[in-house]
Design a protein around this ligand. Structure first.
Ligand code: FAD
Length: 408
């Protein structure tokens, strides 16, 4: 009797990690059945290209990275608009909201996170003009709104809020940026770094206000018309951009034995505690061999690498993640690079910093047990290659030498 060894690979989420995993599997297993599912209506697009799209610096063709036809040619079955609502790891099936059942031999959870909404009275879904910034649909809606809007309020202290502030200024809107903490990227930058970003933002025409949040959103005829902040200030606006972090998409795993903390917990091979179930990308809380701890990243390169590694390991290999992740973006007329580990991932890192205020350059290095593990550069980013090499080398830098690395 003929037996089939044709494996069924099921990948939930078609972002960078899910799509690269599917393609990695296909390169080696030319027979297996590969199903790539997403609750969005689109094949893979580049979230990193969404900010340039808002600034009219990237067209739709540049943002989208795959077509359904390309997936079909590779024998990857892409199912869009297919949210998975439950997984049964004993029966090895996943079920979608419309009741379809997907059996699997190997499962990948690559579902990323969804943005937190603005948690303020008046910020209801019915009110027009309040935007998160995560999906292609968000980007097109914001882009349309910017044609008529005059004054934006941006909320949040991290990259997404920055990208929104930048896009609104680019299109000539007045921008008030509310940061709840004492500075931008409050754990990555120290006071000097925060003051430099403040300076750069103000030169770009952004009114940045710290230590306050939106207390209430006001609307007229279903449209946003202003906010009151927690200090009692009223700010008139016709658009609100929200960058308040993400919540991991793990709800559909709640009735499984898969260990979930903030994300889906894996070992260094991106395997969960349940056999043949893997996780990759933003959603994976993976064992990071470089620090000997679990870690979670939110960068494009990490998601691509994770996808390739998970794909290989779903085929039976034993690869692990050993890259230095880097978040690189503009910062109005300057730029910022954040590499490796920062206090965002691991608290209590030793740090050394250097600010060259006249040239608006800033460097901050992070050490753990005497080894360079991360860094942040603003302005002049020449040092990034050296920092990455030193992180990879994992050599102890004597205390007397650590400060000398700065501006060297
Ligand atoms: C505006 C923006 C700018 C960014 N800029 C940068 C940058 O400059 N540099 C950088 O390194 N990183 C940047 N990032 C972060 C980077 O894009 C992400 O880290 C990366 O895209 C994550 O990929 P992923 O595959 O892990 O998850 P995602 O891309 O989030 O993909 C997960 C997919 O799974 C779907 N999904 C979720 N739940 C389900 C379910 N139950 N059933 C089916 N499908 C589901 C989601 O809708 C989504 O389509 C940016 C992100 C955004 C939003």
């Amino acid at each position: 009797m003929a037996t089939t060894t044709r494996k069924r690979y099921l990948l939930i989420g078609n972002g960078a990690s899910g799509t690269y995993a599917a393609e990695t599997i296909r390169k080696t297993d030319t027979e297996g059945e590969i199903t790539l599912l997403t609750n969005e209506p689109y094949p893979l697009y580049n979230r990193v290209a969404l900010p340039p799209f808002l600034r009219d610096e990237a067209k739709r063709e540049k943002v989208f990275l795959r077509t359904p036809e390309q997936h079909a040619q590779k024998g990857i079955k892409l199912l869009v608009n297919t949210p998975i609502v439950s997984v049964n790891t004993r029966e090895r099936v996943a079920t979608s909201a419309d009741g379809q059942v997907f059996p699997y031999d190997r499962l990948l959870v690559a579902t990323g996170g969804r943005p937190n909404p603005l948690p303020a009275p008046g910020a209801t879904p019915e009110v027009h003009g309040i935007y998160n910034f995560q999906y292609w649909d968000d980007a097109t809606a914001i882009r349309d709104r910017m044609d008529t809007a005059k004054h934006a309020v941006v909320v949040g202290g991290s990259y997404i809020a920055y990208e929104l502030a930048e896009a609104f200024r680019h299109h000539g809107l007045a921008v008030t940026w509310l940061i709840r903490g004492p500075r931008f990227l409050r754990r990555v930058l120290d006071e000097d770094g925060g003051a430099l970003v403040d300076d750069i933002g103000r030169l770009a025409g952004v009114d940045i206000q710290y230590g306050g949040e939106v207390a209430e959103v006001h609307c007229r005829d279903g449209q946003v018309c202003g906010v009151t902040d927690t200090k009692g200030n009223h700010i008139a606006c016709d658009v609100i951009g929200v960058g308040l972090g993400v919540k991991m998409n793990v709800d559909f795993l709640k009735d499984t034995p898969i260990t979930v903390r903030n994300g889906v917990v894996t070992n260094e091979y991106l395997e969960t505690n349940v056999p043949d179930v893997f996780a990759a990308g933003d959603v994976a809380e993976f064992f990071d061999v470089s620090i000997g701890l679990h870690n979670q990243m939110g960068t494009w390169n990490n998601s691509v690498s994770h996808g390739r590694i998970a794909g290989a390991n779903m085929l039976g290999e034993r690869k692990f993640y050993n890259d230095v992740p880097m978040y690189s973006t503009g910062l109005f007329d300057s730029r910022i690079r954040v590499m490796g580990l920062t206090p965002e991932n691991v608290p209590d890192l030793e740090s050394w910093e250097h600010l060259d205020a006249p040239s608006r350059n800033y460097q901050r290095l992070f050490f753990k047990d005497g080894r360079l593990v991360g860094g942040c550069l603003i302005g002049d980013i020449k040092m990034q290659t050296r920092i990455i090499q030193m992180i990879q080398a994992r050599q102890v830098t004597p205390e007397s030498e650590r400060g000398k690395l700065l501006a060297a």
